[in-house]
Design a protein around this ligand. Structure first.
Ligand SMILES: [Zn+2]
Length: 394
């Protein structure tokens, strides 16, 4: 049993003991000395099971020892939650449903039980039942905090169902006060835009993406897709404009956008424009990706030797593994057979080192991946993964 679960169960056991003791002392007022022993036998049996790491029998015994009344509602809710956290959400449903049938519940207690019951249903994958209950809570006479908690659960549920419009609808009132919801909502608009793009409705897609940027002007993904839509129809100049905006939003995304930018300039046959852009980037933010792209352009214009000198100079100011790897590629082009063997051996090492490092990493949970995930597969946060830059990255 985990420490947290044991602690939760001990707290519940203490609560049960306190209530049972209070009930007994209420019935038979006795001196303090004797009040301790007035706890029913069931309580000690339950505690014994708990301490012997038999939580199933402990919970069963505690549940039997408790009568449901206004004093024990909180404890029953906690017991239900305990079952859920142990992976027995069906038993949690029974306890919470049993509570809900009590006519004596106050509005706040009823709201609390319904919230927990929704969590049980979500846990069991009964999304329809959770949704119905949570939507009812939106209209019910419960306090604002419970309504917000129900909204958040609904948002999670609609995300699981990929019902982006419904998620946006429910989250509307939370967007301004919650940065996470704000960032996520912009991504839901991006998801809608992708659906429109797949359905060959670029104007609807553009509209959704403009809304994404209105919700969160830092949404890199909106400009990324806007650029792709322009690319689809051969408007490369517009694609360049959108992708360059990404660098103003977050320069850390250069490793994502530089290759498509280069390809767009190529298709426009605009080498001079590409070079001007690279020069501006080198002045402004000489990241490794920019240095590699610039060196490649330089190699084509002025030869390998110039490119090598340029990369060496840049690496002095900003060392990086990928930069060294690229420099070795350049050396390999001009090397004689003896040098080539040694360089290739070195290159194996840099290759291994680079291969062991992910290109993208979630800023929230640290999940690393070769591909960019707009929603982190581990922590499910939207827009928290970014290219890895610096010494070991791009
Ligand atoms: Zn994550």
């Amino acid at each position: 049993m985990s420490d947290a679960l044991l602690l939760a169960m001990l707290v519940a056991a203490i609560a049960i003991g306190w209530w049972l003791g209070r009930r007994e002392s209420g019935r038979h007022p006795r001196p303090l000395q004797r009040r301790q022993s007035s706890l029913p036998r069931d309580y000690f049996v339950g505690l014994n099971y708990l301490l012997n790491e038999q939580p199933d029998r402990a919970i069963e015994t505690f549940t039997q020892a408790l009568e449901v009344n206004s004093d024990t509602i909180e404890t029953h809710i906690a017991l239900g939650n305990l079952y859920r956290s142990r992976g027995e959400a069906d038993r949690a449903v029974r306890i919470h449903q049993n509570l809900l049938a009590r006519p004596t519940l106050t509005a706040v207690q009823s709201g609390q039980v319904q919230l927990e019951l929704s969590r049980d249903f979500l846990n069991l994958g009964l999304l329809d039942r959770a949704e119905r209950l949570l939507l009812m809570l939106q209209k019910a006479n419960v306090d604002d905090e419970q309504k917000v908690a129900a909204k958040r659960l609904l948002v999670d549920l609609f995300q699981q169902e990929k019902e982006w419009e419904q998620a946006l609808d429910i989250a509307q009132s939370l967007i301004r006060s919650d940065a996470d919801i704000q960032r996520s909502a912009a991504h839901w608009q991006c998801e809608l835009a992708l659906e429109h793009r797949r359905a060959a409705s670029p104007s609807l897609a553009r509209k959704a993406l403009r809304q994404a940027l209105a919700i969160d002007d830092r949404c890199v993904r909106a400009n990324w897709i806007l650029g792709q839509i322009e690319w689809d129809i051969g408007h490369y100049r517009n694609a360049i404009r959108y992708w360059q905006r990404i660098l103003d939003q977050d320069a850390g995304f250069a490793p994502l956008v530089l290759a498509p930018l280069r390809d767009a300039y190529r298709l426009l046959d605009d080498d001079a424009g590409w070079w001007r852009f690279l020069e501006a980037q080198l002045q402004h933010d000489p990241q490794t990706t920019v240095v590699i792209m610039a060196a490649d352009a330089l190699r084509q214009r002025q030869g390998t030797e110039m490119a090598c000198a340029f990369v060496s100079e840049q690496l002095r100011g900003q060392p990086s593994l990928r930069g060294v790897d690229f420099l070795m590629d350049l050396y390999l082009e001009d090397s004689d057979p003896g040098e080539r063997d040694r360089l290739e051996l070195l290159k194996q090492h840099t290759h291994q080192l680079l291969g062991a490092r992910p290109r993208y990493r979630c800023q929230r949970c640290g999940f690393g991946a070769e591909q960019l995930h707009w929603q982190c597969p581990r922590c499910h946060s939207w827009g928290t993964s970014k290219p890895v830059t610096g010494l070991e990255g791009e």
